[in-house]
Design a protein around this ligand. Structure first.
Ligand SMILES: Cc1ncc(COP(=O)(O)O)c(C=O)c1O
Length: 485
């Protein structure tokens, strides 16, 4: 190849012409439509090894470029089949959203514009869109008009951001600070405490009741004992949907305790808070608007692709004390208050993606009525599954269904006389076998030292029929498993 021809290829790949962009786009859209069109017929997962995948990827550091078709071929033939199909209607593992084509297009457009939402003047319209969508979320949660917040990468980052602000709200006394959260709380809270230098051991785990919710009397007892011992309680974390069972703590009661002891109240609603949109669940969230901060994840129950988490503050100015930082290269010169707005004053990031576009497109394009209906359907699927299990003689529930998470185990007649440990081990093998089978996908939870199969309905494609298929898949796969390993 002549140097000139080589140069043209380089320019083409780095800076394609309008026609080339159209060609690439058409190929990508075709692939996307084919993929999503036959999603239901695909396996959710297949058994695979790291070696198998690495063997398919050319490991050589690429000195020369490859054309677009070559790149797409790898995506089609290696990336797709060797991925878990998170958009599949029977992907029930973890807290996994399916994504939606509308948001995939939003991400494409956001990257095309490559807006960087540090401060208003860097991205005026994108910043306004983030402020607008954050305000919509504020209204959904019922906060007063002064509340505000920002998008972050996910629930873990939202929890970290909120706890950093919570600490700032109380006098800083390293080593003696105490956080309170139920034993069911997501590990990102302990991780945030560690990262903030407060220490994992400063998170006091509060006992739970039979519904996996905080025992308020134990919360009061632990706070009182800590004060007595000279510690400084500063924050209580309530769950609006625990990761294991979907339990929503009694938010109003916890607010009272927080007031009594002058604690910051943070709600981790990363999984569950957006179920406030469903009429049949909204009562559970009474009092959430009184929290000092809330973490929630549009990349969970708004079905959006990663990454978009969100933190809402009741009094955003307090966050400024934790995050505002003056430097000459970020000094804002000659701007009015609205135009001087800087997201870096309210969270840890400086460069920030245009996450708001997909949130805005979803709200505006789909509308709240349809979103509420989709969330309501997810709740109905989980409740239907619970009714199927309770009516069966070979499955049993191990936790009540509160939102869209269901925890249960298989207990066929041949296992009934086995020890609890043998039943746990059987269910663990069943989960792995189901995942490898690929018809449906579940993950697991430890509840009171017992192993549970755990599913979470978080997909607008999932139907009641899918819940029946899940049980059929489990029975089919279980029949091929011996009672003991
Ligand atoms: C209750 C809860 N909090 C926090 C997180 C962490 O969220 P992310 O994975 O977006 O960091 C999760 C994740 O599933 C969760 O369920």
């Amino acid at each position: 190849m002549t140097p000139l021809a080589e140069q043209r290829i380089l320019a083409g790949m780095l800076d394609p012409s309008a026609d080339e962009i159209r060609d690439w786009g058409n190929s990508v859209i075709q692939l996307m439509a084919d993929y999503l069109g036959d999603l239901r017929d695909r396996k959710v997962y297949r058994h695979m090894s790291s070696r198998e995948i690495r063997d398919r990827l050319d490991p050589a550091l690429p000195a020369k470029g490859t054309d677009f078709d070559g790149l797409l071929k790898v995506f089609r033939e290696t990336i797709i089949p060797f991925s878990r199909q998170n958009a599949h209607p029977r992907m029930f593992g973890y807290v996994q959203s399916p994504g939606t084509p509308l948001a995939a297009f939003a991400d494409l457009l956001a990257s095309t514009l490559n807006a960087n939402l540090t401060v208003w003047r860097s991205a005026p319209a994108p910043v306004e869109l983030e402020r607008l969508t954050i305000d919509w979320i504020r209204q959904l949660l019922g906060f007063n008009a002064k509340a505000g917040g920002l998008f972050v990468s996910g629930g873990s980052m939202a929890n970290l951001t909120a706890l950093a602000t919570a600490r700032q709200a109380k006098d800083y006394s390293p080593g003696r600070l105490r956080i309170y959260a139920s034993s069911e709380t997501h590990f990102s809270i302990a991780k945030a405490a560690a990262l903030l230098g407060i220490g994992r051991e400063s998170v006091r785990h509060i006992a739970i009741d039979e519904h996996f919710k905080i025992r308020v009397e134990d919360l009061v007892a632990k706070i009182s004992a800590d004060i007595e011992a000279g510690h400084v309680p500063f924050c209580v974390v309530a769950n609006a949907g625990t990761v294991n069972t979907g339990a929503v703590d009694s938010l109003a009661e916890i607010r009272e305790v927080a007031d009594r002891f002058q604690l910051w109240m943070h709600v981790d609603g990363s999984y569950g808070a957006l179920a406030i949109l469903a009429k049949s669940a909204s009562k559970l969230f009474a009092g959430i608007e009184q929290a000092d901060s809330v973490a929630l994840d549009p990349h969970k129950w708004l079905y959006l692709p990663v990454d978009v988490g969100c933190v809402i503050y009741r009094v955003p100015q307090i966050a400024r004390a934790a995050f505002a930082h003056e430097a000459e290269y970020t000094r804002i010169i000659e701007e009015e208050a609205d135009e001087a707005f800087a997201f870096w004053d309210y969270g840890p990031e400086l460069s920030r993606r245009f996450r708001a576009l997909k949130v805005w497109m979803l709200f505006k394009g789909v509308g709240l009525d349809s979103l509420s209906e989709a969330i309501e359907n997810n709740l109905a699927c989980a409740r239907y599954f619970e009714s199927l299990v309770r009516a069966s003689d070979d499955f049993e529930m191990v936790a009540p269904v509160e939102l869209s998470i269901f925890c249960f185990r298989h207990l066929p007649a041949r296992l009934r006389s086995e020890s609890p440990q043998a039943i746990d081990a059987f269910n663990e093998r069943l989960m792995i076998a189901l995942q490898r089978d690929g018809g449906s996908y579940l993950s697991n939870a430890m509840l009171g030292n017992r192993f549970a199969l755990r599913g979470c309905v978080l997909n607008y494609r999932t139907t009641l029929r899918d819940m029946e298929i899940l049980l059929d898949d489990l029975r089919r796969v279980a029949r091929s498993l011996p009672a003991s390993a």
